[in-house]
Design a binder for this molecule. Structure first.
Ligand code: 1HN
Length: 359
C-alpha cells in the first residue's frame, strides 16, 4: 500500500521533478510566462491574399463535376496558411468562395455560427432566411444570423459566386458552442413578402416603429449595393473620411445602431485615386474583399498586391497600410472584422504606429 509518506519521499527524491509533475497533469507557470502572457499579441494567422482570377476556374470546374447533393455547399474555404487544422482564415473568422449554378438548391439548415454573404458575381439567386426570400445582386451583403434557417436557390442563367463569412472559428474552434440542424425539407416555404426586411429598413432615418429587436443581430436581410453606391455618391468629395481607410462606411443594425452581427462588423470603403492611407494597428482581425480597383496592402512585413475580387486577411496587431495605385479610378473595399467581440469584452485597441513601427 502506498502511504502519504511514500508519495512525499518520491517527490523529494524524484530525479526529474518537472517530468514527475508533468505526469501528474501540471506544468510550472514560471516556464510559461512568455507564452501565456506575451508582451503583445502574437497571432498565429499570417497576412495572406487569395487571388480570385486563379480560383474562379476551379469554382467553375467543381460546378461541373460536383453536385450540390454531394457537396451540400460548393465552397472553397480560404484557409490561412498557418491555420489549416482546425481550418480558419484568421483566428476567429472564416471566409470562403461559394458557387451555385442555375436551378440548384443548397438545402436548408441552421447553425449557431453567425454568417453572411457578400455577392461577387451573377444574379438571380436568393437566400431564404427564416421564411423571407432575400434576392442577391453583386455587392449586396446578406445576413444569416445565429440559428436562422437558410437555404439558397438560383433561378438565374449564369453561375453565381459569393463570399461566405462565418464566425465558426470563434464558436466552434474557440468556444465549443456550435449547434447544427438540417431543416428536413430541402427548401423553406416563403412565409413573408420577398425582401421585406430590406424594404422596411432601407430608409435609415425612418424605421418601422412596429419592429422590435428579437436578437442581437440586425433584422435586415440584405444591404444592397445600389444603396451603398448611393451613400457614397451622396457624400461624394464632401466627406473627410478616415486617415487609414478613406471614405469608410459601416453597415449598421438599424434597431441598435450597432454592428450587423454580434460577432462580426462589416464596412465598405472608397479609396480615392492615389489614396495613401495612414498606418494603423488593431487588436481585431480583418478580412478584405476587393469590390473594385487595385492597390496594395502592406501588412506587417508582407506586401499584398490586390486586384478586383481578391480576398486578403489581416491578422491582429500587424501594422496595416492601404494604397490605391490607380491615379484615375476609385477602389472599393468591403471588409469585416471581429471588432464587436473585442469591444464587448474590452479587448479592442487601436493605434497609429510611427513610420518605423514594428509589425
Ligand atoms: C454554411 O452553412 C454556408 O449556408 C456556407 O451557405 C459556408 C462554411 C462553413 C460552415 C457552414 C451556407 C459554410 C457554412
Amino acid at each position: 500500500m502506498t502511504t502519504q509518506q511514500d508519495i512525499g519521499d518520491a517527490a523529494a527524491t524524484a530525479e526529474d521533478p518537472y517530468a514527475a509533475i508533468g505526469e501528474l497533469g501540471t506544468a510550472p507557470l514560471w516556464r510559461y510566462y512568455g507564452s501565456v502572457l506575451p508582451k503583445q499579441p502574437e497571432p498565429r494567422a499570417v497576412p495572406y491574399l487569395w487571388r480570385y482570377a486563379a480560383l474562379r476556374p476551379y469554382l467553375l470546374r467543381f460546378l461541373e463535376e460536383l453536385s450540390l447533393e454531394e457537396a451540400e455547399r460548393r465552397v472553397l474555404m480560404l484557409l490561412n496558411p498557418a491555420l489549416q487544422d482546425p481550418p480558419a482564415t484568421t483566428t476567429t473568422l472564416y471566409a470562403g468562395l461559394q458557387i451555385i449554378g442555375p436551378g440548384e438548391t443548397a438545402q436548408a439548415h441552421r447553425h449557431t455560427s453567425n454568417a453572411f454573404r457578400y455577392v461577387i458575381e451573377g444574379s438571380g439567386a436568393y437566400t431564404t432566411v427564416n421564411g423571407e426570400r432575400v434576392h442577391m445582386h453583386p455587392g449586396d451583403l446578406l445576413l444569416t444570423p445565429n440559428w436562422h434557417w437558410h437555404d439558397h436557390y438560383h433561378e438565374g442563367d449564369d453561375p453565381m459566386v459569393w463570399l461566405d463569412a462565418l464566425d465558426y472559428p470563434l464558436t466552434t474552434n474557440c468556444l465549443d458552442v456550435n449547434f447544427f440542424e438540417l431543416y428536413g425539407e430541402r427548401s423553406q416555404k416563403s412565409s413573408v413578402p420577398d425582401d421585406l426586411s430590406s424594404r422596411q429598413f432601407i430608409h435609415g432615418q425612418l424605421s418601422p416603429a412596429w419592429e422590435v429587436a428579437h436578437t442581437e443581430a440586425s433584422p435586415v436581410g440584405n444591404y444592397p449595393w445600389a444603396e451603398t453606391r448611393r451613400a457614397f455618391d451622396a457624400i461624394a468629395d464632401d466627406a473627410v473620411g478616415t486617415e487609414a481607410e478613406g471614405i469608410l462606411l459601416e453597415y449598421k443594425n438599424p434597431i441598435t445602431g450597432g454592428p450587423v452581427l454580434p460577432t462580426m462588423g462589416c464596412r465598405v470603403s472608397r479609396l480615392r485615386p492615389g489614396f495613401r492611407g495612414a498606418a494603423v494597428r488593431r487588436t481585431s482581425s480583418a478580412i478584405y474583399h476587393v469590390v473594385h480597383g487595385s492597390g496594395v496592402a502592406q501588412v506587417g512585413d508582407v506586401q499584398l498586391d490586390w486586384n478586383e475580387k481578391d480576398v486578403f486577411a489581416v491578422p491582429p496587431w500587424h501594422r496595416f497600410e492601404l494604397r490605391n495605385d490607380s491615379d484615375t479610378e476609385d477602389a472599393f473595399l468591403f471588409s469585416f472584422t471581429n471588432e464587436p467581440v473585442l469591444r464587448a469584452l474590452g479587448f479592442f485597441r487601436e493605434d497609429l504606429p510611427d513610420a518605423s513601427g514594428a509589425s
